[in-house]
Design a protein around this ligand. Structure first.
Ligand code: FDA
Length: 389
């Protein structure tokens, strides 16, 4: 069978690419259903883009690489598409846009778009072997148990990253890229909870509070969630992309609050109040209890000199913790790193040395923050390649 273009992976990037590709396009996926990560994303409501998406919200070996694709297919273009399909949406927080109804609407929208473009979709199809030919590529496929040979002029790698192997994630795009001599950058789990020695935060499990979480590379003011395994919540997922094993992270438990000044003022008004009771006005009582294991929070406000209140405020704004690891690809939302952007054209996503070979989406070394940025990269890079095919 001959196709002009074969896209490996019917996820966010692959479907978007097929919607813009010319006639003679085939999309292949080993899963039973297309767009499974879209379906489960955003708690079933799909955080499909972010109003503030821009190149500064992405990590990559080359921070300029994503600019062209993001500029040519923006969040406004995707919002326009969603509106044309009459999918109702809302902004949840920090520019994050979610479906009012279900993430399945986004999958249906993309399937309608590839149908309109006339692309074929083969599910439950695996790649057994592939080779370069004079005119393109030849693929040996296993389609629902039958062997099929398909050839194409253009081959698009859109099989995503390694995150959540249980959902069918594989390193196929990396393997193919490597076989064609494309370089890979180090891959690691990102947007992932950080773990601590067993029991470290067991008493706080389920507690969530707004914090500023930082390390030497980045800083995020969002919610932190204590879990049985360690720390999670948006602030932790965000910083995990910038964290490396053995490094400390710093939690400001009272972001934006002049705590020392507030404690001093309260000492004037209600000096008989216990220090721990006063702190529990600013922090969850369970956390104050936990902190009192290591900090002296006994006594009344009136007994605390300025220096003690200042030192306490300083400690609470710079609580230093050393995670023992992360939950890994089992729960990571994305894979950091991937196919080195140096091998690709930033305009078309085509491999510079292998004409006709393209890579898009999460498989490429472009990783977004939490908040709809990763889907925006899938849409933008899928569009960049699709319009070139
Ligand atoms: P994607 O993973 O979507 O698609 C790859 C496709 O390739 C899959 O259909 C897979 O079955 C197929 N495939 C893989 N290996 C194959 C093989 N060997 N043979 C054949 N087919 C193969 N992002 C965001 O912006 N907003 C959000 O709300 C969320 N929420 C979210 C929740 C959860 C739980 C996860 C795990 C991830 C998110 N993300 C997210 C991240 C987002 O899902 C991700 O960045 C995009 O889906 C990446 O799109 P791709 O098309 O590159 O890969």
């Amino acid at each position: 069978m001959e196709y002009r273009t074969i896209i490996l992976g019917a996820g966010a990037a692959g479907l978007m690419c097929a919607a813009h590709a010319g006639p003679g396009t085939l999309v292949i996926d080993h899963a039973r259903a297309p767009g499974e990560k879209i379906r489960i994303s955003g708690g079933g409501r799909c955080n499909f883009t972010n109003l503030h998406a821009g190149p500064e919200n992405f990590l990559s070996g080359n921070p300029h690489f994503a600019k062209s694709a993001l500029a040519r297919y923006t969040q406004w273009d995707f919002i326009d598409l969603v509106d044309r399909h009459r999918i109702a949406w809302h902004e949840k927080t920090l520019g994050q846009l979610f479906c009012d109804g279900s993430a399945k609407q986004v999958v249906s929208m993309l399937l309608a778009e590839i149908d309109r473009a006339g692309a074929d979709l083969w599910l439950q199809t695996t790649l057994r072997d592939f080779r370069k030919t004079d005119s393109g590529f030849s693929l040996e496929l296993d389609r629902e148990g039958r062997r099929v040979t398909a050839s194409c002029r253009n081959l698009v790698l859109a099989t995503g990253g390694k995150s959540i192997p249980k959902m069918g994630a594989t390193g196929l795009a990396y393997e193919i890229a490597e076989r064609f001599g494309l370089a890979l950058t180090e891959t690691r789990p990102a947007l992932v909870p950080l773990t601590f020695p067993e029991g470290r935060f067991a008493a706080l499990s389920g507690l969530s509070l707004p914090v500023r979480l930082s390390n030497t590379r980045a800083s995020f003011e969002e919610a932190l969630l204590f879990t049985h395994r360690g720390l999670s919540g948006p602030a932790v997922l965000q910083l995990s992309s910038y964290w490396r094993e053995g490094e400390d992270i710093t939690v400001d438990l009272t972001p934006g609050l002049p705590l020392a000044r507030s404690l001093r003022a309260q000492r004037q008004r209600e000096g008989r109040r216990r220090l721990s009771t006063e702190l529990a006005r600013h922090l969850p009582a369970r956390l104050v209890d936990h902190l009192s294991d290591t900090l002296d929070l006994s006594g009344r406000l009136a007994d605390q000199p300025d220096a003690v209140l200042e030192a306490l405020a300083e400690t609470l704004s710079a609580w230093s913790l050393t995670p023992s690891g992360s939950e890994g690809y089992r729960t990571a939302e994305v894979t950091l790193g991937g196919i080195d952007t140096a091998a690709l054209s930033s305009r078309s996503m085509e491999a510079r040395q292998i004409p006709g070979l393209f890579a898009i989406g999460e498989a490429v070394d472009v990783t977004g923050w939490l908040g709809g940025y990763n889907f925006q990269w899938a849409w933008s890079s899928g569009h960049a390649a699709g319009t070139e095919l």
